[in-house]
Write a protein that binds this ligand. Structure first.
Ligand code: NAP
Length: 327
């Protein structure tokens, strides 16, 4: 195989030198590796779809936005949903709404009050789990908060809060639920990260860092628990039409309070929720839900980092309203 590939490169070089680009040389160098990778992908990913009926799903940040849409999506698939969050009133409202449309194959929904900044987060989760169904099949680490600001002006408390809410809190919850999954020899952990976990942009440092940390941590966990029948999926969506920017923190710790244009034009949270359901059903390891040019930028960050850094520096200057030239 290696020899065939080397021969292909040699043919490609000589045909380029002769000014005559041969199709067979191009096929060996580009088409063949892509075809082989595709065959390998389908061979390694031939697994049965997960049946969602009666599965226990624990969803954090279910009081609004994507979490609320996820709760609806899994509930109507016949799952036993635990809707977790800080706002008891909103969660009760959601539970009543779900149960008002209950059919024979639907279950009751359970409200679990928790704050990702709680010191006894793990205990609270375990109590909620053991109290009712005694198992969790699918954990969705969805709760999160965003941030807007320049590094130089941002209070350290803000950086730390973002890491606790978007990263350490999910670690605590995962560690509390993991023993149940290990005992069951099955389970699915979904982490709602962001495209910004792969592609940091200026004035979002704390948010991008927390999502980047989440991606790395759960990529490690995926490998560790694979032999125990536990699936880990990191979801990296582009903008979603929710109140994330309204609830975001500013550099001084105050609430940003604005609905950004980008968020306003984002994906419908119900569309994203359906894609997450599909991800679980199909046991996917990763979902990048973003337009084509964003996917290209993710590749650019890896293949030509210098170019990506230039584009981001230019974006930062533009955001600050300064002349787009380096001193
Ligand atoms: N919207 C986007 O453009 C976008 C893009 C990519 C990724 N995401 C990710 O999607 C996830 C859901 O966000 P969203 O867009 O649906 O925004 P959202 O409407 O603001 O929802 C955020 C959820 O997280 C909860 N939360 C925040 N801090 C918490 C804490 N300390 N303890 C417990 N719960 C807490 C909120 O609960 P309360 O009601 O108690 O505040 C709320 O339910 C987040 O992880 C976000 O990073 C969003």
């Amino acid at each position: 195989m290696e020899q065939l590939y080397k021969k292909g490169i040699k043919n490609l070089k000589s045909s380029l030198e002769m000014g005559d680009l041969s199709i067979s040389a191009l096929w060996t160098v580009i088409g063949l590796p892509i075809s082989l990778l595709s065959v390998l992908y389908f061979a390694l990913n031939r697994r049965k779809n997960v049946v969602l009926q009666d599965k226990v799903v624990f969803i954090t940040g279910a009081s609004s936005g994507l979490g609320e849409a996820l709760a609806e999506a899994f509930y109507f698939c016949g799952c036993k949903v635990v809707i977790a969050g800080r706002n008891a009133e909103k969660l009760e409202e959601l539970r009543n709404r779900l149960e008002s449309k209950k059919q024979d194959h639907h279950h009751s929904a359970l409200v679990c009050i928790l704050d990702l900044e709680d010191d006894d987060l793990g205990e609270k989760v375990q109590q909620a789990v053991t109290k009712v169904w005694g198992r969790v099949d699918i954990l969705i680490n969805n709760a999160g908060m965003s941030y807007r600001g320049a590094v130089a002006e941002t209070k350290s408390e803000v950086d730390k809060k973002l890491m606790v809410v978007n990263h350490f809190g999910h670690i605590e919850i995962t560690k509390a639920i993991l023993p149940y999954m290990v005992k069951q020899n099955s389970g699915h952990i979904v982490c709602i990260s962001s495209v910004q976990g792969k592609l940091p942009i200026p004035h979002r440092s704390a948010y991008a860092a927390s999502k980047h940390a989440m991606q790395a941590y759960f990529d490690s966990l995926r490998a560790e628990v694979d032999h125990q029948g536990i699936q880990v999926c990191v979801v990296s969506p582009y903008y979603i039409r929710t109140n994330l920017s309204v609830n975001a923190l500013s550099a001084d710790g105050s609430t940003y309070g604005k609905l950004d244009q980008t968020t306003m034009k984002g994906y419908d949270p119900h569309f994203v929720a359906q894609r997450v359901v599909k991800c679980v059903q199909q046991r996917q390891d990763e979902l990048i839900l973003a337009p084509f040019y964003v996917r290209v930028a993710i590749c650019l960050r890896v293949l030509a980092p210098w170019l990506y850094f230039k584009i981001m520096a230019s974006r930062a200057r533009k955001e600050l309203g300064i002349n787009n030239k380096k001193k």
